[in-house]
Design a protein around this ligand. Structure first.
Ligand SMILES: [Zn+2]
Ligand SMILES: [Zn+2]
Length: 113
């Protein structure tokens, strides 16, 4: 695992996080700078830098299913929520370990900025 990767260290339990759910291959925890009342990040335990480098369909499927499970558990599945994957600089990716943002609990605007 890349020593300097924040999310690898969270997945390894080296840095504390507010974990809300997890599976064998993925982990979900609250964003420390939430942009909505519910803002959870879903990451693969394995280091993948960006979506454009992903190569494992079942692993991606596991991420999406965990994102949906989090939305149900957080009570935003019916009211609505957004799943976002930012990729590289123009996409606004801040941490270069693939992650899905799950945002909800307020009306989100479209298009995003
Ligand atoms: Zn990583
Ligand atoms: Zn992000």
């Amino acid at each position: 695992m890349p020593e300097d990767c924040l999310f690898c260290r969270i997945a390894a339990g080296e840095i504390p996080a507010d974990v809300v759910d997890q599976t064998e291959r993925a982990i979900a925890f609250r964003d420390i700078t939430p942009q909505a009342p519910v803002h959870v990040l879903v990451i693969p335990r394995r280091h993948i830098a960006t979506l454009s480098l992903a190569d494992d369909g079942p692993e991606l499927g596991d991420l999406m299913l965990l994102a949906a499970r989090v939305a149900r558990a957080e009570g935003i599945a019916e009211s609505g929520f957004r799943t976002v994957i930012n990729t590289n600089d123009d996409g606004g990716q801040m941490v270069h370990h693939l992650h899905i943002h799950v945002l909800g609990g307020r009306r989100l605007r479209w298009p995003p900025g």
